[in-house]
Write a protein that binds this ligand. Structure first.
Ligand code: SF4
Ligand code: SF4
Length: 425
């Protein structure tokens, strides 16, 4: 447990307050303890044993109030990392395990790709049988007082979900001409469960860009849900599975269309750097990981594309703040569309893992502000590169407007390359 880092963060903080100006929770409540600076001091007090046992719950609560959006880290002049410190604090206070049984049960779902595929089948049935329409029309979950489940249900897209890519998608794609290189596509859990149409577009764009694409079924969850919930042991178990597999896989790059997966996979190297058994292999994996827009910007669009609509882009926190991927999607959109940058496009949309489920009221206030910014741009299409943001922004358009289409960047690129056609299967 990284208690030393919690103390070091507080030691290098010069209390300038730059971070508070960009912190979504500080800007909701204007309380020091709801902002990065206050939280960093609190975690350090805990790490030094200055917090009485009776107050431990308060420290944990403060750590979970943080969205881990890391906007504070981008602006901090001294390299303090309050977002990552929140994750360290959660793990430290929980002994590296889930905080309760329910969370443990939720996290265990991600250990089995089979369960994710099964959930995808249930979701397909739920939507296509008309059950979703019925549930929404009758508002039965609300009437039964199942508020959290009703909220989770409201996040689901209305557009029918496709069968999981792992179940029915191709295992390998080969371009018509001599491949420029070999790419392994990382099947993210949420992408596979809900957005396999997006991943289908992603792998086909990679092929059209001239790469041979492998889509390995052996991929495990990247561990992001576990590290977010302080389950360090669960994270390491999954990370080691991926490292053992991908370190040996012959591929020039490991590409993912999920910003959270990309951020986590890139972190493996740092996480295991002092572990002689895993360090070298973790580095071999992390160094080859690219987010979709990062990769496409690097290799170039296969041909000139032009979309007949105006776009704006929301940067997922795990892309812009965790990986520094910001210019790349903007460059792609500027080449191909009437791109209209949105005010605050690096501010969190309020999704933040399961923050929208655990802190719904805060999350909805953050989302409402975001949707006003989207409306200001007048764009017809809003793009993003993360499944949680896709769900949250979809809910945003249904709740607050405006009527924009929320798409993954890879979908509009694919359609631009293929005369507006979506990928079939
Ligand atoms: S910006 Fe950095 S140095 Fe300034 S108060 Fe925030 S954490 Fe401390
Ligand atoms: S990670 Fe985000 S929510 Fe957490 S302290 Fe930093 S800016 Fe605030």
């Amino acid at each position: 447990m990284n208690l030393d880092r919690l103390i070091a963060d507080a030691e290098i903080c010069v209390r300038c307050g730059l971070c508070t100006s960009v912190c979504p929770t500080y800007n909701l409540f204007f309380e020091e303890i709801e902002g990065p600076r206050g939280r960093v001091m609190l975690y350090a007090d805990y790490a030094q044993g200055l917090v009485p046992e009776t107050e431990r719950e308060l420290v944990l609560e403060a750590a979970y109030e943080c969205l881990d959006c890391r906007a504070c880290q981008t602006v901090c002049p001294n390299g303090v990392k309050p977002g990552e410190a929140a994750l360290d604090a959660r793990a430290a206070l929980q002994g590296g395990r889930p905080k309760d049984r329910l969370t443990g049960l939720f996290l265990s779902f991600f250990y089995s790709p089979l369960l994710i595929d099964l959930a995808n089948l249930l979701l397909v049935f739920y939507q296509r049988s008309g059950l979703q329409r019925l549930m929404r029309r009758t508002r039965i979950l609300d009437r039964l007082g199942l508020k959290k489940i009703a909220f989770a249900e409201s996040l689901l897209p209305e557009k029918p979900v496709r069968l999981a890519l792992r179940l029915t998608g191709p295992k390998r794609l080969v371009p018509e001409s001599e491949p420029r290189g070999k790419v392994a596509f990382f099947l993210g859990c949420m992408m596979n469960l809900i957005f396999s149409d997006v991943s289908e577009a992603t792998v086909r764009v990679l092929k059209e860009a001239g790469f041979e694409v492998a889509i390995p079924r052996e991929t495990a969850c990247c561990g992001a849900p576990h590290i977010e919930e302080g389950d360090l042991l669960g994270f390491e178990r999954l990370a080691k599975k991926n490292i053992a597999f991908y370190a040996e896989l012959e591929a020039d790059y490991i590409v993912t269309d999920c910003a959270a997966c990309a951020a986590e996979l890139k972190k493996y190297a740092e996480h295991f750097k002092d572990d002689p058994e895993w360090a070298e292999r973790a580095e071999r994996v992390s160094s080859r990981v690219r987010l979709f827009s990062e990769f496409l910007d690097q290799v170039g669009l296969p041909k000139e594309v032009r979309f007949p609509f105006a776009t704006t882009h929301q940067h997922a926190c795990h892309a812009c703040h965790a990986q520094g991927v910001k210019e790349e999607p903007e460059r792609i959109l500027s080449f191909a569309t009437d791109y209209r940058p949105m005010e605050g496009n690096t501010d969190c949309c309020g999704s933040a893992g399961v923050y929208n489920l655990t802190h719904t009221e805060n999350s909805m206030k953050i989302l409402e502000k975001k949707m006003h910014a989207v409306a200001e741009t007048g764009a017809e299409v809003l793009t993003v590169e993360n499944p949680g943001c896709l769900l949250q922004l979809g809910l945003g358009t249904r709740t607050f407007g405006p009527e924009v289409e929320v798409r993954h960047l890879s979908q509009i690129v694919f359609e631009g390359l293929n005369d507006g056609e979506a990928p079939g299967r």
